[in-house]
Design a binder for this molecule. Structure first.
Ligand code: GLY
Length: 387
């Protein structure tokens, strides 16, 4: 049968955000297509998969916190449903996180974070250095204190992406493996996309979910184009050999001389070490300096890592937005929606993004939990309104 070139919803971008949108929309009975040269690729192939609503809390991001916490709350049900629908495991581990300090400055920073977490109604427990080492004996003896956050878990983003592709296929989503070059606009309404060397796809509604590339799609009116930029992250993968015994039982992270480092241990022995955060445009080079700094900081935190095989080094691009929060829902161009700009929280926000995008596509109403994240907050008309 020839592949249909028309659908109710066309999702541009088959990373985890595009896929979850497509899967959830198909579950609501919509005919959905996804266009992407490599569905399931993108930033999820690099990301560590921390679900760090509490440990990655930042000043000024209280609104985003609400969405992050809501998505973390939905994770167990989401995983159960996705594993059932795909027949695949996504490596969700309810293991918690330990954030530690190595010197007095780091400890002062962590104390501030603890106070902010408490003011925000979040659960975290202050521990002495000795308590930290009791929990994680591989930690360096010099650890000066830490925060135990029992609610910040992890998932394996590569397995999550693979499961979403399978769930989409089983739900009847049509995949077009190619590049969307331009948005088609007919009578001031988004009407589909023109593909590179592969004709045109038409749809009643279009979702732009192109990750860091979302701001580059041709044909999108300038005042609707999302203000998304690439933020480079270099990530390492090490392997804990089975004979090594227990290494880390939970995610361990720290601020070391002002930069963040985290170690995410998977059940299969993979140990992910991340991540740099670099404003270097479209560069995805893995640099000696990036690897050196990650290993140096990780070694200061957990000296035993130098004995582990280094199995992979990779760089990916986070889709950064001006306020570090995603753009979700309708734009000022009728028929065009955004699901992009998830920056550091794409994996965490996958469940809630799928739910709210499917709801708005099926009903026209953006659910209340997503209203603060309307792409219209960046539109020139909105920005020019008096405060
Ligand atoms: N959320 C982890 C990172 O973006 O590096």
């Amino acid at each position: 049968m020839p592949m249909s070139r028309t659908s109710d919803v066309l999702v541009i971008g088959g990373g985890i955000i595009g896929l979850v949108t497509a899967w959830r929309a198909a579950q609501r009975g919509l005919r959905v297509a996804v266009v992407d040269p490599e569905p399931g690729g993108g930033a999820a192939q690099v990301a560590a998969g921390m679900l760090a609503a509490v440990t990655e809390l930042h000043y000024g991001e209280e609104t985003l916190l609400g969405l992050n916490v809501e998505s973390a709350r939905r994770y167990p049900t989401f995983v159960a449903e996705l594993e059932e629908a795909s027949g695949q495991c996504v490596g969700y581990r309810a293991c918690g996180t330990l954030a530690v300090a190595l010197d007095a400055d780091d400890r002062a920073h962590l104390r501030e974070l603890h106070a902010l977490q408490r003011r925000s109604g979040l659960e975290s427990v202050w521990l002495t250095g000795r308590d930290c080492r009791r929990l994680e004996p591989m930690l360096a003896p010099g650890v000066r204190g830490g925060l135990r956050v029992d609610g910040d878990h992890q998932v394996d983003p590569r397995r999550l992406a693979a499961a979403l592709v399978m769930a989409c296929e089983r739900a009847g989503v049509v995949f077009h493996r190619g590049w969307a070059e331009r948005l088609s606009v007919v009578r001031d309404r988004a009407a589909g996309a023109v593909l590179r060397d592969a004709g045109e796809l038409t749809a009643d509604q279009v979702v732009l979910a192109g990750g860091s590339l979302s701001g580059k799609l041709g044909g999108v009116p300038a005042d609707v184009l999302p203000p998304v930029r690439p933020v480079k992250g270099q990530v390492l993968r090490l392997t804990v050999p089975p004979a090594y015994g227990p290494f880390l039982s939970r995610t361990v992270r720290a601020m070391v001389r002002g930069s963040h480092v985290y170690l995410v241990p998977r059940e299969n022995g993979e140990l992910v070490v991340g991540a740099t955060s670099e404003e270097l445009g479209w560069d995805t080079t893995v640099t000696a300096g990036g690897v050196y700094e990650l290993l140096r900081d990780a070694h200061e935190l957990v000296p035993g890592i130098t004995e582990l095989p280094l199995t992979e080094t990779r760089a990916g691009l986070r889709p950064g937005s001006p306020d570090n929060a995603p753009l979700l829902g309708p734009t000022d161009l009728p028929g065009l929606h955004m699901a992009t700009g998830h920056h550091r929280n794409g994996v965490l926000l996958t469940p809630v993004t799928g739910d709210v995008m499917a709801a708005v596509l099926a009903t026209g109403e953006l659910p209340h939990e997503a209203r603060a994240f309307t792409p219209r907050r960046f539109s020139p008309v909105y920005l020019e309104q008096p405060a």
